[in-house]
Design a protein around this ligand. Structure first.
Ligand code: ATP
Ligand SMILES: Nc1ccn([C@@H]2O[C@H](COP(=O)(O)O)[C@@H](O)[C@H]2O)c(=O)n1
Length: 194
């Protein structure tokens, strides 16, 4: 039975950084599920058709990490038929041995509700904006507005809204360096595997 680690949280909270490190540490597969929504938005046209037609080449597009791609993703992610079109791929990914780490917005609540480890990663709005602005070479104040806009849309939508699962462990990375945040996550997984 593969071991699944579900990681959710708002934009730029550090989910992906932790997810990649956990996958490396435990030898698990990793899927950044946000890429599925970014690639769907970036294809343009009818989003439901775009989600159904996603290919590995779409996921490798070099423009998916931009702030614009993030905004477009959060718009099409509110459409239930888009989300439904992406479920089977995520389930297949999560079924791989020896285990998988998936990060996104609805992994612990909708995609893998039986995951033995669920993390909900947060950081203050200002810290997240500063980190993402540094990453993209953007203005922190403008980034703060964009992140809040995206978080509001992700939290308020009816379909699979962003929220922690009842049994998720909260990790607040506001005052943690990357190594400290990763160590905190590894400790949670180690406890669950004992
Ligand atoms: N604990 C930390 N301390 C300092 N910087 C961090 C920390 N965690 C992540 N970062 C940096 O913050 C930025 C956002 O992190 P990351 O991409 O992991 O967030 P995310 O939650 O996966 O974002 P998204 O929602 O867009 O997928 C990256 O530049 C990353 O290197
Ligand atoms: N499981 C998920 C993952 C992502 N989304 C939507 O995609 C947007 C981009 O995600 P990033 O993690 O790459 O920032 C995000 O704002 C969500 O709207 C989702 O709905 N569910």
């Amino acid at each position: 039975m593969p071991f699944v680690i579900a990681i959710d949280g708002p934009a730029a909270s550090g989910k992906g950084t932790i997810a990649r490190a956990l996958a490396r540490h435990f030898g698990f597969h990793h899927l950044d599920t946000g890429l599925l929504y970014r690639a769907t938005g970036a294809r343009g046209g009818d989003p439901v058709c775009a989600a159904r037609a996603l290919s590995p080449a779409d996921l490798a597009r070099p423009d998916l990490r931009s702030a614009e791609a993030g905004q477009a993703a959060s718009r099409i992610a509110a459409i239930p038929e888009v989300r439904a079109a992406l479920v089977a791929f995520q389930h297949r990914f999560a079924a791989q041995e020896p285990g998988a780490v998936l990060d996104g917005r609805d992994i612990g609540t909708v995609i893998c509700p039986d995951a033995p480890v669920k993390l909900y990663v947060v950081a203050s709005d200002e810290v997240r904006a500063a980190r993402r602005a540094a990453e993209l070479g953007a203005d922190p104040a403008a980034m703060l507005v964009q992140l809040r806009d995206r978080d509001r849309r992700d939290s308020e939508r009816a379909a699979a809204p962003l929220r922690p699962a009842d049994d998720a462990v909260l990790i607040d990375t506001s005052d943690m360096g990357i190594d400290e945040a990763i160590a905190a996550a590894i400790a949670v997984v180690d406890r669950a595997r004992r």
